[in-house]
Design a protein around this ligand. Sequence first.
Ligand code: FES
Length: 221
Amino acid sequence: MNQCQVTFLPHNRTIEVSEGDSLIRAALQAGVHINASCGGEGVCGKCRILLEEGMVTEGVSERLSQEDLENGYRLACLSRISEDVTIRVPVESAIDRSVFDKRVTPRRTARIKQMDFESLKEQGLFIPPVEKVYLELPSPDAQNNMPDVTRLIEYLKLQADEHKLELTLPVIRKLPAILREHDFKVTVTLVRQVRDDGKTQITIARARTGRTHGFETFQIT
Ligand code: FES
């Protein structure tokens, strides 16, 4: 049986095959990829190749228009090699169609903006769910001898504009001792719970220094 040389472009790869061999098998042997979605049945029309030099037999299908045939297109799976031939594998036959169909996903970016919570709070646009407030309460004397709980709540109302406050029973019990132990300088933690009554719960911390930072705190629950 005669041997024929088949050259594949743009790979520029040449292989020798027997006359009558299938062109798509020759491509396979040469390591040249040609799409063959239908498995070489001549149905999908995805194995189109272009004859640059020489001729093949068969290779004609209704998947190719008359113009395609006149321009030298054939289906590789149906083509038989009958002489030395140079064929070009068009890019659409070499690359999986899905690559063309793939839509480029628009790139999404997120911008992170540093929020100035202090300023938002001042504008009334942000209420922190938990907040520590340093207090220097007035000590009780003959003119000011209200109970400690009232003293704390009234002071928060007047000085920190905090309303609807409540203290848990353990805090109420320990409040007098803590206030006196720390000369009425304490840090309270306001816990703004998401509840129907919208009340803010107060816990209290010892004050070790005169600043809000550097406190060793504990919560009374
Ligand atoms: S592989 Fe489908 S038509 Fe050739």
